[in-house]
Write a protein of this length. Structure first.
Length: 381
């Protein structure tokens, strides 16, 4: 028996022409731009420096025009002192607000001495309330875009609510108080044409000697004025470099160095042929699993899994939950929100999510269910 000789691998010699050098220069420039993009500071939502829809520059300027003593807090929280002050913290992430919450030892005493903390963030569970609502207040209608509401206790006072629960409420803390909300954008720039939103947030702030807008939460820091001699001191020099993107610059330098070494390096020995990888076709796996379930007559299991997928997809598209949130609204709340957006009867979705157990499930029934579910998902804007 004769054995077929394998063809010898071809030696690959890197080219030193100008074309390859230009290629490496373009790759290095692209990597540098990507690193600069990701390392550049972003204007975070809720900041009074931001003029975006979710910024608070409009309300900040509005309060200044009204003659309020309002300033931006850009120092460590431990430097908060005095009484009759209000600290407003705005963040779209409740977890971020808790992680960056003031945690110095005398925080409790600072609030209880007669100060106020207002925390505007996402809080409270999703209810059957309408996603877009104009709630009644003494300042006029307040526009909110969330179905989250909070049930409060007897020791708490509601400032903005409807039949489903409170949107803004407060709780006494000694001589001071804490004010919470289920919607962080009550006074955002996007509601500049809604007079009730700005006036409501203005009236929510108690009479205070000073109003502080928390910019420390958004990464802003007060810059200390230093003379040229102080800047040359070793301590201040290291502090200066600590406030600059040294890590990003060092990463860029290391990456460009590695690209340069890779572009001018030669292989040691002949290149080895890589074995041909076996095809891992996910389509074959799906078809095999479907055949197994069909052979076992597990149509009820398939319908249960598809119904859960439909709930998750609708909840995400309707804004009732996120990909990171595992808690889904009830079928009734989901159907009510879907009916309001699509203009169709909510019973149509409820019958799809909660099919009658008396009817046997056939291949035709399962196919008809999939077609209806696909039509519902396609009809959403």
């Amino acid at each position: 028996m004769t054995q077929t000789a394998q063809s010898s691998p071809t030696r690959i010699t890197p080219s030193k022409g100008p074309g390859k050098r230009w290629l490496w220069a373009i790759l290095a420039a692209a990597a540098l731009l990507i690193l600069l993009f990701f390392s550049a500071p972003n204007q975070q939502d809720g900041s009074t420096y931001s003029r975006s829809n979710k910024g608070y520059r409009g309300w900040y300027d509005f309060m200044v025009e009204q003659g309020y003593s309002i300033n931006r807090w850009q120092k460590p929280y431990s430097e908060l002192q005095g009484q009759n002050q209000t600290l407003i913290r705005i963040t779209p992430s409740l977890e971020e607000a808790r992680e960056k919450a003031p945690s110095w030892d005398n925080f409790d005493s600072w609030v209880s001495q007669g100060n106020t903390v207002i925390l505007l963030t996402w809080d409270g569970p999703v209810t059957a309330a309408s996603f877009n609502s104009d709630l009644v207040s003494e300042a006029g209608p307040v526009r909110i875009e969330t179905a989250r509401r909070q049930k409060i206790g007897s020791k708490q006072q509601s400032h903005l609510k409807d039949d489903y629960g409170s949107v803004v409420w407060s709780q006494s803390f000694g001589k001071g108080q804490m004010i919470f909300a289920t919607y962080p954008w009550i006074g955002a720039n996007i509601y500049g044409d809604q007079p009730g939103n700005y006036l409501f947030l203005q009236q929510l702030v108690p009479e205070s000697k000073t109003i502080w807008m928390d910019e420390w939460l958004h990464g802003y820091r007060d810059q200390q004025n230093q003379s040229a001699e102080d800047a040359r001191n070793p301590e201040n020099l290291w502090l200066f470099f600590a406030q600059t993107p040294v890590a990003a610059m060092a990463t860029q330098g290391v990456l460009m160095t590695l690209l340069w070494i890779w572009g001018h390096n030669h292989r040691f020995g002949l290149p080895l042929r890589l074995p041909q990888a076996s095809k891992d076709n996910s389509q074959q796996y799906i078809q095999s699993l479907a055949g197994t379930l069909n052979h076992a007559n597990q149509r009820e299991l398939v319908l249960t899994q598809l119904s859960q997928y439909l709930r998750q997809s609708l909840a995400q598209q309707l804004g009732l939950t996120s990909q990171m949130d595992s808690q889904l609204p009830t079928d009734t709340a989901l159907a009510a929100q879907w009916s309001m957006i699509s203009g169709r009867n909510d019973q149509e979705l409820l019958e799809l999510l909660q099919p009658s157990g008396q009817q046997s499930i056939t291949d035709q029934t399962l196919l008809a269910w999939v077609n209806k579910a696909d039509a519902i998902l396609q009809d959403l804007p």
